[in-house]
Design a binder for this molecule. Structure first.
Ligand code: ADP
Length: 555
């Protein structure tokens, strides 16, 4: 029996039309407090139509890739709206990729047009000779330096100011009908192992993900909200915040390139966003800034934090010192990215809530997960049995763009490379990425749990734990610690502090006190760089020699 329901394609243009038609008065605010620009959704939608007309005039046809090398601002949002809606494919580039990787992904995706911030022109210039697919470059005048960027560019192809090209067109571009299963956008994984791999989102996956993001069990967005996406728009679609905000009529506050703690705090105090999202290092920097400056974060009702494990102490300090709820989220570029959010279940009260909130998250409707052992067998969903997390769902990638990777998929499930547990309430815990797992004496030590415990010490500002080779135990943890300003540490005390919090054989016997943990292009702790620094002797390690007797041999 067939249903009687209409069969409408789920397309990005339907989101664009809804936001413009129903929430035309909502605002997009761009910049920092020194210079803010404001436009209504209605105006931004007209600009998106003009951009589509300009791109069509430049020869963009359905399926062509239009890349962006941009921070979070109104023009980037215009590209989010226009490019998929005209049937082309938006490819968001990470300006912090190495030159080789940036050239690789642009060439691999065959980007035809590049929309680039004037400030990022030198980044493109450094790789332009390696990319032969690009035909036109449009330069966004994010900081008022578009002319120098164009004059100073070594790229001799077609180059024009974004504003001039877009303003020359009329609005009224009519969005074509597109198949909901066709490509709308793409994003490459960071390539920590091997070359980056392309994930291609469909119109359908973006729309379903947007509906999920708006739900009350997710971001619960309405037109009463003001959303500040600090997470870059090239990092897994800014976690879906731009489309979700547009669909719900939540005004958007776009921070541009000034992302240090002081600039963000000023923007929050001035523009009073209610919802924001960023990786833990950003919120940790804000907390540290707040230790020496008066900051006003009182407008925030929800802070979404993920991309790497969120230390419990970070969430507790935000709650206690600022009354702000940080909710941990889990996801990947491959999962669009929302997979799970750690809202405590209704049955949890008081202190017990922290147990739930410290997990990676509870599966959102639309995402299924299972844990498998090393032989690929599904293990019990008991919150105890550890294995690799596999996921599936309509906004989870089923392959990589032109890169056969059979080892990343298993019977229609995506192998996440994350190691952890799943319980009967649908909560995931992540003990490690499989490449970060520390194997000591035949047993696994969770670097995430160890970092969480060390972060609980009041003198510790940041910590990253990596596995280092050990003649007797195969591997042992090395804790790389950043102390809070003006504090010094007694290693014996720190180890005593840990003794009641983790298993004794987990306690690191190797410690390094460093100025800052290196970060990846999206602001996460860069454990690969730490491992390289250790291997080259660039990190001074303090070793506790008495340790082996304390470590229990494991089978
Ligand atoms: P990158 O490879 O640059 O980190 P992604 O942002 O796609 O790119 O990374 C996804 C990975 O981030 C996940 O597979 C997981 O290892 C990690 N991650 C995301 N959220 C969490 C979380 N809440 N806790 C622990 N790890 C997380």
């Amino acid at each position: 029996m067939q249903s009687t329901m209409m069969d409408c394609d789920l397309t990005v243009s339907s989101i664009v039309r809804h936001g413009a038609g129903v929430h035309g008065g909502s605002l997009v605010v761009t910049g920092d407090v020194r210079a803010l620009r404001r436009s209504s959704f209605a105006d931004v939608a007209l600009r998106a139509e003009r951009l589509a007309a300009a791109l069509a005039r430049l020869g963009v046809r359905p399926g062509d890739r239009v890349a962006t090398l941009s921070s979070n601002h109104q023009e980037h949002l215009e590209a989010y709206l226009a490019v998929p809606s005209m049937g082309a494919v938006l490819h968001t580039l990470n300006p912090r990729l190495s030159g080789g990787q940036l050239a690789f992904v642009m060439q691999h995706a065959e980007d035809k047009i590049l929309i680039v911030d004037a400030g990022y022109m030198p980044v493109f210039d450094s790789v332009a000779s390696l990319v032969d697919s690009v035909e036109h470059v449009l330069v966004v005048d994010a900081d008022g330096d578009v002319v120098q960027s164009i004059d100073g560019s070594s790229w001799k192809g077609s180059l024009a100011p974004y504003a001039r090209v877009v303003d020359a067109e009329r609005p009224g571009f009519s969005w074509p009908d597109v198949d909901e299963r066709s490509a709308a956008a793409m994003c490459y994984t960071s390539g920590t192992t091997g070359d980056p791999k392309g994930v291609v989102y469909s119109h359908r996956s973006i729309v379903l993900h947007t509906y999920a993001a708006c739900a009350a069990s997710c971001f619960a967005l309405t037109d009463h909200d003001r959303v500040l996406p600090i997470v870059p728009m090239f990092h897994a679609n800014a976690w879906g915040l731009p489309y979700a905000a547009w669909a719900s009529g939540s005004s958007l506050v776009m921070p541009g390139r000034r992302l240090h703690a002081e600039a963000i705090c000023d923007l929050i105090a001035r523009e009073r966003p209610t919802v924001s999202g960023a990786v833990p290092t950003v919120w940790n920097d804000i907390l540290r800034h707040g230790e020496t400056h008066a900051i006003d974060l009182s407008s925030l009702r929800l802070v979404i934090c993920g991309g790497s494990a969120v230390p419990r102490v970070l969430m507790q300090r935000f709650q206690q010192e600022y009354g702000i709820r940080i909710i941990q989220a889990w996801g990947m570029t491959e999962t669009s990215p929302i997979g799970a959010l750690a809202f405590p279940p209704a049955c949890a009260a008081g202190e017990e809530q922290w147990r739930w909130r410290s997990k990676a998250g509870r599966l959102v409707p639309g995402v299924e997960a299972r844990i498998v052992d090393q032989d690929g067998r599904t293990v019990p969903r008991d919150g105890l049995t550890v294995g690799e997390i596999e996921v599936r769902g309509p906004w989870i990638t089923g392959s990589y763009y032109r890169t056969p990777s059979p080892d990343r998929f298993h019977d229609g499930w995506l192998r996440t490379g994350d190691v952890g547990t799943l319980d009967g309430h649908g909560f995931l815990t992540i003990s490690d990425r499989s490449k970060d797992v520390i194997k000591s004496g035949g047993e696994w030590i969770s670097s995430v749990a160890l970092e969480n415990a060390i972060m609980g010490h009041p003198d510790v500002a940041e910590v990253a734990v990596i596995g280092i080779p050990d003649a007797r135990w195969e591997e042992r943890p090395l804790a790389c610690v950043v102390m809070r300003r003006g504090r010094s540490i007694d290693l014996d005390r720190l180890r005593d502090f840990l003794a009641s919090r983790v298993e004794r054989w987990w306690i690191p016997d190797s410690w390094a006190f460093i100025e800052g943990v290196p970060r990846t292009g999206v602001g996460k702790f860069d454990k690969k760089a730490l491992r390289a620094a250790f291997a080259s002797g660039a990190i001074r390690v303090e070793k506790i020699e008495k340790e082996p007797t304390r470590v229990q041999a494991r089978p």
